[in-house]
Design a protein around this ligand. Structure first.
Ligand SMILES: *Cc1c(COP(=O)(O)O)cnc(C)c1O
Length: 378
């Protein structure tokens, strides 16, 4: 009976959805905690902010009048778009808010990709940069970095030589944490045909934006006579991952209008709109988060290097580490010690893991666990 039904579902399903790889959110913290009773849980798998929620957002959430939950939220997110517009010196008509920036990635794919369209992205990549295009039956071309994780411009040039509908990159990169600097990004954009939509996912912008070589992406793109969109989020440096708010800064209002056509009207709930607005005003939290990352990152990269691991030169609050052994096995051993990381599955990176930087004690516990796991597996 169930088998008949599932066969019927498969028969109805679009072939591109049937073949779709699953997004890997990492192990479930509750399950891990249950299996490791007594050991404190260390969740280093999702790039959440180790400093937590922006205090200004917490205050708004505490004062929230729950009666308001009976009303629909503002479908246009006007207050938030106006505040963002002022901060970014951008007209609100060029701004769109998403239920997380993931939602905006989805809308971009829904609105722009036909079956067979080519999307050029990087490898290793953020899962949804591949999954959403494949959902639309688009073709995904992935460009790998050099073995030292630096940008392989020649490979980008050849990937972008043919027709492509969309260039989709994260800068800083998830999972590498590395950046395309001003020059590399300018060259990349120059290599893309003028009818290629440029999507620059800056989920970790706040961590790298103070670095002198990090690109002024809006200046760079505004000089381009072509459509583009930059995606940012409240999930990382602002610490609001649980509320789901991201935003897009678009080349022009027509791009926002195009995405509005495929957007569910009330995609940002009321609490999230208000908390994001408050968080935006809490730049102290952002600065603290950036400083914390910089402070714990350097010693951790050094310690991992001294222990013989190759680590990508991260500008963010997470590290991509080549363990030299099967990452899934490393993952299992760390899970047994109540530590959750992300084991990479992409071809060519099966020995790599990504970990979110935490407090120094926790980073040290992770390093000890990693060394133990790798020694046992070698
Ligand atoms: C975390 C992340 C996102 C998702 O952010 P949300 O706003 O929480 O949806 C998008 N892109 C990249 C590259 C990320 O790492």
């Amino acid at each position: 009976m169930t088998r008949d039904r599932s066969a019927a579902v498969l028969k109805l399903l679009r072939p591109s959805v049937q073949a779709l790889p699953l997004y890997d959110p990492g192990a479930d913290p509750e399950q891990v905690a249950q299996h490791c009773a007594g050991q404190p849980l260390l969740k280093l798998s999702n790039n959440e902010n180790p400093l937590g929620v922006a205090p200004a957002a917490l205050a708004v959430l505490r004062d929230y009048r729950p009666e308001l939950l009976g009303l629909y939220p503002d479908p246009a997110c006007l207050a938030l778009r106006h505040a963002l517009g002022e901060r970014l010196d951008t007209h609100p008509s060029q701004l769109i808010i998403g239920n997380g920036s993931e939602n905006l990635l989805e809308l971009l794919c829904l609105a722009f990709l036909d079956p067979g369209d080519r999307v050029v992205t990087q490898s290793p990549c953020f899962g949804l940069h591949e999954i959403f295009p494949l959902m639309m039956a688009a073709q995904v071309t992935k460009v790998a970095p050099h073995p030292d994780f630096s940008c392989n411009l020649g490979a980008w040039r050849s990937a972008l030589a043919g027709p492509s509908k969309m260039l989709l990159i994260s800068n800083p990169s998830n999972p590498l944490g590395t950046i395309f600097d001003q020059q590399a990004l300018a060259q990349l954009i120059g290599a893309a045909a003028s009818d290629t939509l440029l999507v620059i996912d800056e989920a970790y912008y706040e961590y790298a934006c103070a670095d002198p070589d990090f690109p002024e992406v809006l200046g760079l793109l505004r000089a381009q006579h072509r459509p583009w969109i930059v995606l940012r989020t409240f999930s990382k440096a602002y610490g609001l991952a649980g509320l789901r708010v991201g935003y897009g800064i678009a080349s022009d209002a027509s791009l926002v209008a195009a995405l509005d056509r495929v957007r569910t009207p009330y995609n940002i709930n009321q609490l999230a709109q208000q908390a994001a607005l408050a968080a935006l005003g809490d730049q102290q939290h952002v600065a603290r988060s950036r400083a914390f990352a910089a402070q714990v990152r350097a010693p951790m990269i050094e310690a991992l290097g001294a222990a013989g691991f190759q680590v990508a030169p991260s500008r963010t609050h997470f590290l991509f580490i080549d363990t030299g052994v099967d990452a899934q096995e490393v993952n299992r051993r760390l899970l047994a010690q109540a530590m959750i990381i992300k084991a990479w599955r992409e071809p060519g990176y099966e020995t790599c893991i990504r970990m979110t930087l935490a407090q120094p004690d926790d980073n040290a516990r992770f390093l000890a666990g990693l060394q133990q796991a790798v020694q046992a597996l070698r």
